[in-house]
Design a binder for this molecule. Structure first.
Ligand SMILES: Nc1nc2c(ncn2[C@@H]2O[C@H](COP(=O)(O)OP(=O)(O)OP(=O)(O)O)[C@@H](O)[C@H]2O)c(=O)[nH]1
Ligand SMILES: [Zn+2]
Length: 188
């Protein structure tokens, strides 16, 4: 990431809104914000495949795995404001191919730390897991609040956007889909 360019851009924004970038409280702000962008957009330079350590529990577990309430912090690409929520991932392994549970949070983070829209983020996580883990099926659900809709613009505080992406048997098999939806809603 070009930190010099980021620092200059933040200074320009401060000047453009009528602030004095030289006043004491703002002197370190361009550098601080540049580092912050480095952090919240770190997913642009990271490869989710690094987190794909597959264990082969052959014949042992080809039943549903559901990881709920993974914290999600992303940035809307339209306004560069955060959207914050939870991701839930369900999958059914094939031939015992499973991954460590913590890797779901790492994979979510990797795709979330980029300029995003919620629909694409949801689909990218589902596609990545479907293509690389090669399960029988995978479902990704995201619930999030978009600050661009709450602190500005429509100012519709409390609005939650829910998205889902279903692949493989999660999409094609109505019973599996129903089971996952019920689990998501905490009915089982
Ligand atoms: N589909 C989708 N829309 C998003 C997401 N994040 C932000 N948006 C929307 O992107 C849209 C951008 O609309 P524009 O009309 O181009 O921008 P704007 O004038 O700032 O719109 P307002 O937010 O309505 O004030 C807004 O409706 C946002 O709510 C997202 O993840 N998915
Ligand atoms: Zn937005």
């Amino acid at each position: 990431m070009d930190m010099d360019k980021l620092r200059r851009a933040v200074r320009d924004i401060l000047e453009a809104v009528g602030e004095d970038p030289e006043r004491e409280g703002l002197q370190e702000t361009p550098d601080r914000v540049a580092r912050m962008y480095g952090e919240i957009f770190s997913g642009l330079a990271s490869d989710p495949k690094e987190h794909l350590k597959i264990f082969n529990e052959s014949g042992k577990h080809d039943e549903l795995v559901f990881v709920k309430d993974i914290p999600l912090y992303s940035v809307c690409e339209h306004h560069l404001l955060p959207f914050i929520g939870r991701a839930h991932i369900a999958y059914i392994p094939k031939d015992g191919g499973i991954i460590g549970l913590s890797k779901f949070a790492r994979i979510v983070d990797c795709f979330a730390r980029r300029p995003q829209v919620q629909e694409r983020l949801t689909g990218q996580i589902a596609d990545f897991l479907y293509d690389n883990l090669k399960p029988q099926g995978v479902a990704v659900f995201i619930q999030a609040e978009h600050l661009c809709m709450t602190m500005r613009g429509a100012r519709a505080a409390g609005t939650v956007t829910e998205t889902s992406a279903l692949r493989g048997c999660m999409r094609s098999d109505a019973r599996t889909r129903a089971e996952v939806t019920a689990l998501l809603k905490g009915k089982q």
